[in-house]
Design a protein around this ligand. Structure first.
Ligand SMILES: Cc1cc2nc3c(=O)[nH]c(=O)nc-3n(C[C@H](O)[C@H](O)[C@H](O)COP(=O)(O)O)c2cc1C
Length: 373
C-alpha cells in the first residue's frame, strides 16, 4: 500500500483543531529541566525534533503542579509559576511553528515521588517495589500521609493553577495524569484508596477528585483549550496490575469519565504489551470501551510503533490516535521514515540507563551501542 493512504496517516478533524495524522508523542519524563523545573534549550531541540519528524501532536513529560508535594523527580519541569511559563514558551512556539499541537501533561506523583521522603496519598498505604534509580530515586517508598480534605483542596488548586500557567505558556491544552500509579490513579484504584469520605468507596467517589479538577479547569480556560485525561490499569511499580473485576470496573470508570467530559482520553499500556494488558475476557479493550462509552477522541498507547497493531487499533475503532514512546526516543522522525520507506532507528534500553536524561540518550544514540544498520 502507498503509505500516504495508510489509516495512520489520515488526518483527524477535531472541533477547533485538526491533526495531519494519527501519530502523537506519548509523555516521557526526561529529568532534564533545571533544578528549579525550568524547560531548557536542550528540551526545545528535543521536542522540536518530534514536530519536524512528522508527529501531529506532542504530550510533554509530566509537569509538577505545586511546590508542596507534587514533584516526582529532581530536574522535572514544573508549571507552577510565570517563570515556568516563560521557560516553556519558546519550546511550545517552536513545536507549533512546525505544525504540531502541544499538550502539557500535569502530574502529581503522590506516594510514588522519587523526590520527597514525606509523601501524600489518598490512604496511608506503602507502595510496593523500590524507587527508580534512573529518575534519581533510592530505596523503598516511604509510608505516605493520608490526605486531609485541606490537602485535597490544595492539590486541586495546584492542578488548576498549572493549567492556567500552561495556557500562559501557549500550550494547546493539558492532560491530567490519572495513570501509572501516580496520585490521581491512587485515588481511582480500590486497593490504594480505602477512604471513607466522599473521595473513597464507590467508583464515582474515587473519580471525584479528577471530575472536580476538570470542572475547575474548564471554568478558567477558553473553550479551544483542550483538557484530556490519561488512564491505565498498570502502575510503574506494578506493570501487570489489572482491575480486579475487569471490564465491569472499566465501564464504571468510563461512565464517570463520560460525565466529566474531557476532550480526549489516553488509555495507556506502559508495558507496551497492548493486547495482553488491555483486553478483557469479553474481547473488548479498555480503549474500545472508552470510545463506545464516551464518544470522545481516544488515544491508544503501548507498542503502537508496530504497524500491524497500529493498523488494527485504527481500523477496528479501538482509538483515533496512537501515542508512541520509546520508538520515538530512538527516532524522532519515525513518521517520516515510515512514510518514505526508510527503516526507523531502533530503540535500545541503554538509552534510559543508568539515567533517563536527554543528554544520556543522545550520547547512546551516537555511540556504538546502537546498531543503526
Ligand atoms: C523514559 C520514559 C518516561 C516516561 N514518562 C512518562 C510520564 O512522564 N508520564 C506518563 O504518563 N507516562 C510516561 N511514560 C510512559 C509512556 O508514556 C508510555 O506509556 C510507554 O513508554 C509505553 O509506550 P511505548 O510502548 O510506545 O514506549 C514514560 C515512558 C518512558 C520510556
Amino acid at each position: 500500500m502507498d503509505m500516504i493512504k495508510h489509516p495512520i496517516f489520515q488526518p483527524l478533524r477535531w472541533p477547533g483543531h485538526s491533526l495531519k495524522n494519527r501519530l502523537i508523542i506519548a509523555p516521557m519524563s526526561r529529568v532534564s529541566a533545571t533544578a528549579e523545573g525550568l524547560a531548557t534549550a536542550e528540551m526545545e531541540a528535543y521536542y522540536t525534533a518530534f514536530a519536524k519528524g512528522g508527529f501531529s501532536m506532542i504530550i510533554t513529560e509530566g509537569n509538577y503542579t505545586d511546590e508542596m508535594a507534587s514533584k516526582a523527580y529532581p530536574h522535572q519541569p514544573g508549571l507552577t509559576s510565570s517563570s515556568h511559563a516563560a521557560a516553556w514558551q519558546p519550546v511550545v512556539e517552536q513545536v507549533k511553528k512546525h505544525g504540531s499541537l502541544m499538550i502539557a501533561q500535569l502530574m502529581h506523583a503522590g506516594a510514588l515521588s522519587q523526590y520527597f521522603q514525606e509523601t501524600l496519598a489518598p490512604s496511608a498505604i506503602q507502595p510496593a517495589g523500590v524507587k527508580m534509580a534512573q529518575y534519581g530515586g533510592t530505596g523503598a517508598y516511604p509510608f505516605p500521609k493520608a490526605m486531609s480534605l485541606e490537602d485535597i483542596n490544595a492539590v486541586k488548586k495546584g492542578f488548576v493553577n498549572a493549567a492556567k500557567v500552561a495556557l500562559q505558556a501557549g500550550f494547546d491544552g493539558v492532560e491530567l495524569h490519572m495513570a501509572n500509579g501516580y496520585l490521581l490513579d491512587q485515588f481511582l484504584t480500590p486497593e490504594l484508596n480505602v477512604r471513607e469520605d466522599q473521595y473513597g468507596g464507590s467508583t464515582s467517589n474515587r473519580f471525584r477528585i479528577a471530575a472536580e479538577v476538570i470542572q475547575d479547569i474548564r471554568a478558567v480556560v477558553p473553550a479551544h483549550f483542550l483538557v484530556g485525561i490519561r488512564l491505565s490499569e498498570g502502575k510503574v511499580n506494578d506493570l501487570k496490575y489489572r482491575w480486579k473485576n475487569g471490564a465491569a470496573m472499566a465501564i464504571e470508570i468510563l461512565e464517570e469519565v463520560r460525565k466529566a467530559a474531557p476532550d480526549f482520553i489516553h488509555i495507556a499500556v506502559q508495558s507496551g504489551e497492548w493486547e495482553r494488558d488491555s483486553f478483557y475476557s469479553n474481547g473488548t479493550s479498555y480503549a474500545a470501551l472508552a470510545k463506545q462509552i464516551t464518544g470522545k477522541v481516544i488515544i491508544a498507547n503501548g507498542g503502537m510503533h508496530q504497524l500491524t497493531r497500529a493498523t488494527r487499533v485504527i481500523e477496528e475503532s479501538h482509538a483515533d490516535l496512537l501515542s508512541v514512546g520509546k520508538a520515538a526516543l530512538a527516532d524522532p522522525a519515525w513518521p517520516m521514515h515510515i512514510l518514505n520507506g526508510t527503516p526507523p532507528l531502533p530503540f535500545h534500553p541503554d538509552m534510559l540507563w543508568p539515567e533517563a536524561t536527554i543528554k544520556h540518550a543522545n550520547e547512546v544514540i551516537k555511540s556504538k551501542h546502537i546498531n543503526i544498520s
